[in-house]
Design a protein around this ligand. Structure first.
Ligand code: PEP
Ligand code: MG
Length: 824
């Protein structure tokens, strides 16, 4: 494919134009910029242009667009600097850079030659000129080729809110170019055309507005199918309103049945599943026969049911925390809140006082609340109605004395359901080969659980899927959002082949655990382990860790009445370092505070502990505590690669004070005859927005940075990570958090300091490409996730990832980012 180089005096202008063109040319197109001069000032530099051309190089050639003055001179000089055999295949094009780049990108994507791409770029102004009526489009621009008279035609009404502006026009051009047919377009409403449908500038010159009628004329072998495809594109409003985000915004929309026996929904959890349709048996919770006894007894029954379900939820939550599945555990926080929700418990209590039985009162109050949640505008909140329904049923079952065992499939198969509650999803076992949901959205908790369990799932399939008889063979593709009902043998074979491939990909991830993680285009990403106990090092090494990126050392200090002395700490760190066999051990200094009390320390009471004396702040007011730990680390660093990392840093002053602490530890150690390291790398955690925003200054003071997204998220979104009342707000993929990650990564790059992420988001397999795209070079995750994070890195193309990151940074909220990832 022809590559593109944008030369401008202004890096921001060049970057903006490149982004615009990339959207049109797709992620695989090479678009490079050469803008500004070495110190970041405005200007152009021939060497930078030459390097950009080499980066964008392909055998199809490179088109160079320049802004003004010296940009043209620099581009000409760059040609002289190019390798001899590359020079002949570069065109310096006089087209305007924005319009030219867009037209060039669309044309290059069609596989056109360098000359055709240049020609389209030159015509880039035609659409704008015609629109403004400045220059009439010439006959030459718009005339239909005369060598093949159109044989077929259709008329379509354009229903795109902004008419055929650049993106819908580009989709039309790309659709037309797929077929072996000559296609022309005529704007019947305005009388413009006909023009060649493969030329973006000509299509733009038709100035097609919303409501205009377009005539599509075609000839050639594929004329009929081409017209059908354009007709379909028009029916979809040229893709302008059916973005994946919008599709997910109406999870209850009817399914699109594309071919007989095929349902299309929304990708919710990737992977292939093949098996018979199965339904989860749900006991009927009928309250009609229940009679109210006396008032106090009914009130007590409701209280008891609420208390029992609360205990059950807490137990389920605890089980998940113990297995390190924090994300899923957080789901139950929201459920616990429903049990205290005055908007449900209040009306239920009132109804009991008015004479209703507890089950009937609860059922009615629950029904009203579910209805209220379901009718909210926000799709993210609508799916919370499912959570409410789930908890509500548990309480109703208690009140009725019905055993609500976690539903299990009686035989292996694909679960077909209207929706799954998270509790149902958590209870799903290995017999579940896939989930096909009529409603729901990828952001529902059940789907988060499905993804973490690796069960392929499609949601939003529409009510029709519920009519599929039990036992009918289904083939489900969670990545494409497709379910085939009773597929014919050839389709089944395709699914089986894909299933074998995905199972072998999982096996391959485990088998390749010890290989480095490198993106498809050669960018290495270190994948390290997060550990809390020395014993976990072995598991991490077995899982292929490139080292330990975060040793949460506070666990050495907890559950004991005295503080570990320097010898005891040394022994623990030394054992961890030895088990790593030469790989780096990153030890975070004690990260406790008023909310994580140490029995051995009398910490002052804090009104607002998350904002109080924690992390490094505490180490600085208790310098002896920090010094003992640093001395132990210096001893181990004498013999092993050990790095020290300070948590909860906010200011440069703190970093400098921590360094002074290190020097004091060094002096004390030397005086007392310790064998200590001459050098030790020091790093800081970026967990506070202020630190991320000042990352350039902080990076200059240290050797590496590691972003603690768990805390960074809570501080950015002003939502306590331990408070279930705000659990719904906590999402590290919120664009505000992503911007801070990007900024930190950029600071690290500028100063050549490695930047890692060690918060939980690093283990979110779907988020891995995004994190790579944001520019981090190291991910630190818990042992079990390691091979899969490495595999996810190996599937990532860093250029496509950068594009994904650009889109995510511009997203309005975390739900939109998650939708992007689900369909990535
Ligand atoms: C973080 O905040 O992201 C982090 C890794 O530290 P912890 O979870 O231990 O606070
Ligand atoms: Mg933290």
């Amino acid at each position: 494919m022809v590559g593109l180089v944008i030369v401008s005096h202004s890096p921001r202008l060049a970057q903006g134009v490149a982004e615009l063109a990339q959207e049109m040319g797709g992620p695989e197109m090479r678009i490079e910029t050469a803008a500004g001069i070495a110190d970041g000032a405005m200007g152009t530099d021939a060497v930078l242009v030459q390097e950009a051309i080499e980066r964008a190089w392909s055998v199809d050639g490179v088109l160079v667009l320049m802004d003004l003055g010296s940009a043209v001179l620099s581009a000409e000089m760059a040609l002289d600097l190019l390798q001899e055999d590359h020079r002949g295949n570069v065109v310096l094009c006089e087209a305007p850079i924005a319009e030219g780049a867009v037209a060039a990108a669309v044309t290059a994507r069609l596989g056109s030659s360098l000359e055709q791409v240049a020609e389209e770029a030159r015509k880039g102004l035609a659409g704008k000129a015609a629109h403004l009526g400045v220059v009439a489009t010439t006959d030459e621009d718009t005339a239909a080729p005369t060598d093949a008279a159109p044989e077929r035609s259709i008329r379509v009404r354009v229903e795109a809110p902004h008419g055929l502006h650049a993106r819908p026009a580009a989709r039309l051009v790309q659709t037309a170019a797929r077929f072996d047919a000559q296609i022309w377009l005529r704007n019947v409403t305005s009388g413009r055309g006909p023009v060649d449908a493969r030329s973006l500038s000509s299509v733009a010159g038709l100035t097609v507005r919303n409501g205009h009628v377009l005539e599509v004329l075609a000839s050639g072998p594929d004329a009929d199918v081409a017209l059908a495809a354009i007709d379909e594109l028009a029916a979809e409003r040229f893709g302008d309103e059916v973005s994946s985000v919008n599709r997910e915004a109406s999870p209850e929309k009817p399914a699109v049945t594309t071919t007989a026996g095929e349902f299309r929904g929304i990708t919710a959890s990737p992977g292939i599943g093949i098996g018979p349709a199965r339904r989860l048996a749900q006991p009927d919770l009928d309250v009609r026969e229940v009679r109210a006894s006396d008032l106090d007894a009914e009130l007590r029954a409701l209280d008891a049911a609420l208390a029992t379900v609360r205990d059950e939820l807490l137990a389920q939550r605890g089980g998940l925390v113990a297995r390190g599945r924090q994300d899923e555990a957080a789901i139950f926080d929201a459920h616990l809140l429903f049990l205290e929700d005055a908007a449900i418990v209040g009306p239920a209590t009132d109804a009991i006082r008015a004479g209703a039985s507890a089950p009937a009162a609860w059922r009615d109050a629950l029904g009203a609340a579910v209805l209220a949640w379901s009718s909210l505008d926000d799709p993210y909140l609508v799916v919370r109605a499912d959570d409410l329904r789930s908890v509500g049923r548990q309480i109703l079952a208690r009140l009725l004395g019905v055993e609500l065992a976690a539903p299990r499939l009686e035989a292996p198969g694909i679960v077909v359901a209207t929706n799954l509650t998270p509790a149902e999803a958590v209870a799903l076992g290995p017999e579940v080969q896939g989930i096909a949901m009529a409603n729901g959205a990828p952001t529902s908790h059940a789907m988060i659980v499905a993804r973490s369990l690796g069960i392929p799932a499609v949601s939003g399939l529409g009510a029709g899927i519920l009519d599929v008889p039990e036992g009918t063979l289904l083939a489900l593709d969670g990545s494409e959002g497709i379910v085939r009902v009773d597929p014919p043998p050839d389709v089944l074979h395709r699914f089986e082949a894909a299933l074998v491939a995905s199972e072998s990909a999982n096996r391959a991830a485990l088998a390749a655990a010890h290989e480095p993680a490198v993106t498809t285009d050669g960018r290495p990403v270190e994948v390290m382990a997060n550990i809390a106990h020395v014993e976990e090092v072995e598991e991490a090494v077995a899982a292929g860790a490139d080292g330990v990126g975060l040793f949460r050392s506070e666990f050495l200090f907890m559950e004991r009445d005295s503080l570990p002395d320097v010898d005891e700490q040394e022994a623990a760190y030394r054992r961890a370092a030895e088990a790593l066999g030469g790989k780096t051990l990153t030890v975070r200094t004690l990260d406790v505070g008023a909310d994580k009390p140490l029995p051995a320390l009398a910490l002052p009471f804090a009104e607002n502990p998350a904002l109080g004396l924690r992390g490094l702040r505490l180490g600085l007011v208790m310098p002896d505590l920090l010094e003992v730990q640093l001395r132990a680390l210096l001893r181990v660093a004498h013999d092993h690669p050990v790095r020290v990392m300070f948590p909860m840093v906010t200011t440069i002053g703190e970093v400098r004070a921590a360094r002074e602490g290190l020097e004091r530890a060094r002096t004390r150690g030397t005086e007392e005859g310790d064998h200590i390291a001459a050098q030790i790398e020091i790093g800081i955690m970026i967990e506070v927005p202020a630190a991320a925003l000042a990352a350039t200054h902080l990076a200059a003071e240290v050797d590496f940075l590691s972003i603690g997204t768990n805390d960074l998220t809570q501080y950015t979104l002003a939502a306590d990570r331990g408070d279930p009342a705000v659990a719904g707000l906590i999402d590290p993929l919120h664009p505000a958090v992503l911007k801070l990650i990007e900024r930190t990564a950029a600071a690290g790059r500028a100063l050549d300091r490695p930047v890692a992420i060690c918060g939980e988001v690093a283990a979110d397999i779907e988020a891995v490409p995004l994190l790579v795209g944001l520019g981090v070079g190291e991910l630190s995750v818990s042992g079990p996730a390691l091979p899969f994070v490495k595999a996810a890195v190996r599937r990532t193309d860093s250029r496509a990832a950068a594009e994904l990151a650009r889109r995510a940074l511009a997203a309005p909220d975390a739900a939109a980012v998650r939708s992007m990832l689900a369909t990535n």
